[in-house]
Design a protein around this ligand. Structure first.
Ligand code: ADP
Ligand code: MG
Length: 230
C-alpha cells in the first residue's frame, strides 16, 4: 500500500468567459500522504475551490493527471468516475448543501442508499441505520435526528454535512471553507471535529481556506498563487 493518497500532476483549468480564457490553474502539482491533514490556503478567487472540485471529481481538468489511492481518475468512464466519487471522496461545503426536505437522519441515510445501491439496500438497511445513528450520536446530533436543516444552527448543519460526507468511509475528505459561514467559536468546533477524524481514524483530510489562522491547524500548508502551489 503506497503512502500517497492523492497525486495531482500538471493540472490546468481555464474557464471560458466570452472571448477570453480565465486560466485559473496553471500546472498544479500536489501529493497528499495517506492520513495527512493538508491545508490549501490562498486568496479569494485564487482557484482553491476549482482545485478541490478537480480532486473530488466534481470537475475535470483541461490537462494533467489525478490519482486517488494509486488509481488513475483520468480515463475512467462516467460510471466508474461516479463510483470513485461515491466511495472514495467525501465533500463538505461552506454552505452545507443538505437536502432541505429531509431530516437529519435521512440526509445521512440518503448517502448510504446511493453508496449501497437499490438491490443491496434491503439487506443492509438495518445495519446502515445503526451506523448512521452511531455517527450522528458521536457528532452530538443524537437529539436532532428528526430536525430539518432549517431548524438547526449553522454548526449543527455542518456537523450533519460531515456525517453525510463520512458515512461511507471515504478515502479522502475534502472540505471547502467549512467554517466560512460560522462564527469563530462554532468554526473552532467544526475544526476540532474534522481534526478528530484525522487523528483518531487516520482520515486523509484536505481543507481549503482563505483564513491563514485556520490553515495553521493542518500538518502542512500549501498556498495557491498565480495558478500554482507553493
Ligand atoms: N464556473 C465558472 N465559470 C467562470 N469562472 C469561474 C467559474 N468558477 C470559478 N470561476 C472563476 O475562477 C476563479 C477561481 O475561482 P474559485 O476556484 O472559486 O476560487 P476560490 O475558491 O479560491 O475563491 C475566480 O476568479 C472565479 O470567478
Ligand atoms: Mg472557494
Amino acid at each position: 500500500m503506497s503512502d500517497v493518497m492523492i497525486d495531482v500532476a500538471n493540472v490546468h483549468k481555464s474557464y471560458r468567459m466570452g472571448r477570453t480564457d480565465l486560466h485559473v490553474l496553471r500546472g498544479v502539482r500536489l501529493t497528499v500522504r495517506r492520513g495527512e491533514f493538508l491545508a490549501v490556503a490562498g486568496a479569494s478567487g485564487s482557484g482553491k475551490s476549482t482545485l478541490l472540485h478537480v480532486i473530488g471529481l466534481l470537475d475535470r481538468p483541461d490537462k494533467g493527471t489525478l490519482h486517488i489511492n494509486g488509481e488513475s481518475a483520468d480515463d475512467l468512464s462516467a460510471s466508474a468516475r461516479a463510483r470513485m466519487r461515491r466511495y472514495d471522496i467525501g465533500f463538505v461545503f461552506q454552505f452545507y448543501h443538505l437536502l432541505g426536505e429531509l431530516n437529519v437522519l435521512d440526509n445521512v441515510q440518503i448517502a448510504q442508499m446511493t453508496g449501497t445501491g437499490v438491490f443491496r439496500w434491503p439487506g443492509r438497511a438495518r445495519q446502515a441505520r445503526r451506523d448512521a445513528l452511531k455517527l450522528l450520536e458521536m457528532l452530538g446530533l443524537g437529539d436532532r435526528l428528526k430536525h430539518r436543516p432549517k431548524d438547526l444552527s449553522g454548526g449543527e448543519r455542518q456537523r450533519v454535512a460531515i456525517a453525510r460526507a463520512l458515512i461511507n468511509r471515504p478515502k479522502v475528505l475534502l472540505a471547502d471553507e467549512p467554517t466560512g459561514n460560522l462564527d469563530s467559536a462554532t468554526g473552532g468546533e467544526i475544526l476540532s471535529v474534522l481534526k478528530h477524524f484525522n487523528t483518531k481514524d487516520g482520515q486523509t483530510l484536505v481543507l481549503v481556506t482563505h483564513d491563514q489562522r485556520l490553515a495553521e491547524n493542518a500538518d502542512r500548508i500549501v498556498r495557491l498563487t498565480d495558478g500554482k502551489l507553493a
